[in-house]
Design a protein around this ligand. Structure first.
Ligand code: ADP
Ligand code: VHF
Length: 378
């Protein structure tokens, strides 16, 4: 993957707006509260980027670890309400820590806590976008985390890599810089494979990367699997993703200067329109449609709407307007979109030409199951 040199590191040198994500594996002293000195070092680097005129948005984990330390808890609780309480206590500490360090550079920071709902409801998504844009225009560094105290397990980002990518989409950032406890993405998890080799550069959508990226460590949540997924999401708005060690001295400045450090994952396609990116970022999917080969081909090659005639099977219980995923006959994901019919009605339309919809259902909402404006090919 390093042999293909069509990309180049210089893309980072031209970045005007970056999202920096700092993971749990780095932020805490082995799970015992925040590593204040290390955080101070990253803030120094972010301030240096800011001085160069680069807009910086930070996504930072660490609330639960800091909350546990403040509450004197030695092991991570498993009960949700305890985790939520720890997050509430720890988030103040996290915010305070960043504020103090940014203030040393004369910079203001702002705490922004988001939930999946904030980004899946289109109105709230647009609100979040304008608030964040305003903060950035004011020269403030937004410090974003998931609002762990109010989210339920069913609908959460869980890992902050995904949140970082969605923020990169939201703000059309040029780059997502993920700092973690490894030098980058290796061809196998270096924890169990001492001979694993660093992937220096690649295409975010390269399917060969899937087998390499494993799960997370004790403190982190998603591991490389969620970082790879984040790179793919970020690529949808044209952002390049760097995954690098937060322990490398001046890692952020060196990345921006184009130094060969960590892993760089490039977008392989033109950025999607904002609405399609929003669709792609939706995590909650209510049903699955299995498409025949013809439907898969027109969706992929022509960006067509999905008609009932091309759908073979359906799973799940959903309402009109819910998000469903479309797969091919081997189960591989092809597209996602908002469906025009509830599952009970959609079921009756499978394999049928659109002209028969009114006759079968007694009404016709639309000739297609998913209109192409509401469909994103994955
Ligand atoms: N192919 C891989 N290359 C590098 N790290 C990997 C790989 N697969 C799994 N990992 C693991 O991912 C971990 C980093 O992810 P995680 O623990 O979630 O950290 P963070 O809190 O920074 O998101 C590493 O400690 C590493 O053990
Ligand atoms: N939102 C959580 C962090 C989630 C998390 O650990 O994510 P990650 O840093 O991607 O492994 C917190 O602040 O504790």
């Amino acid at each position: 993957m390093t042999a293909d040199r069509r990309w180049g590191r210089e893309v980072l040198s031209g970045a005007r707006r970056v999202v920096v994500k700092i993971g749990s594996a780095l932020l805490t002293n082995d799970g015992r509260g925040l590593d204040d000195a290390a955080i101070g070092g990253w803030v120094d680097q972010m301030a240096a980027l800011h001085r160069r005129g680069i807009e910086v948005v930070l996504v930072s984990s660490g609330s639960i670890a800091e909350g546990m330390a403040r509450l004197g808890w030695h092991s991570r609780p498993s009960a949700v309400h305890e985790l939520q309480a720890a997050a509430a206590v720890g988030q103040s500490g996290l915010s305070q820590c960043y504020e103090t360090h940014f203030a040393r550079h004369g910079l203001r920071s702002a705490q922004v806590l988001l939930t999946h709902d904030d980004l899946s409801n289109r109105k709230r998504y647009l609100n979040a976008r304008s608030a964040l844009r305003t903060l950035v225009q004011l020269g403030v560094v937004p410090v974003i985390n998931e609002n762990d105290t109010v989210v339920t397990d069913e609908i959460r980002f869980g890992d902050n890599d995904t949140l970082g990518a969605l923020v990169a989409n939201l703000l059309e950032a040029d780059a997502l810089l993920i700092l973690t406890d490894q030098e980058g993405l290796f061809d196998a998890d270096p924890r169990g494979n001492p001979d694993a080799k660093l992937i220096e550069e690649g295409d975010a959508d390269d399917p060969r990367l899937d087998a390499m990226a494993g799960g997370g460590g004790v403190l982190g949540r998603g591991g490389m699997a969620t970082k790879l997924r984040a790179a793919r999401l970020a690529a949808r708005s044209g952002a390049v993703t760097a995954i690098a060690s937060g322990r490398q001295p001046t890692v952020l400045t060196r990345l921006i200067e184009g130094e060969s450090l960590g892993t760089l994952l490039h977008p392989d396609h033109a950025p999607l329109a904002a609405r399609k990116r929003w669709l792609a970022g939706q995590l909650q999917v209510r049903g699955t449609l299995t498409l025949d080969a013809g439907a898969v081909s027109v969706l992929r090659s022509q960006g067509s709407s999905l008609l009932p005639v091309g759908v073979k099977w359906l799973q799940g219980s959903f309402r009109r307007g819910d998000m469903v995923v479309c797969v091919d006959e081997s189960g591989a994901r092809v597209a996602k979109g908002l469906i025009n019919y509830a599952s009970a009605d959609a079921e009756r339309l499978l394999g049928q030409p659109s002209q028969r919809i009114a006759e079968i259902l007694g009404y016709m909402e639309a000739p297609e199951l998913i209109h192409r404006d509401n469909l994103v090919v994955l």
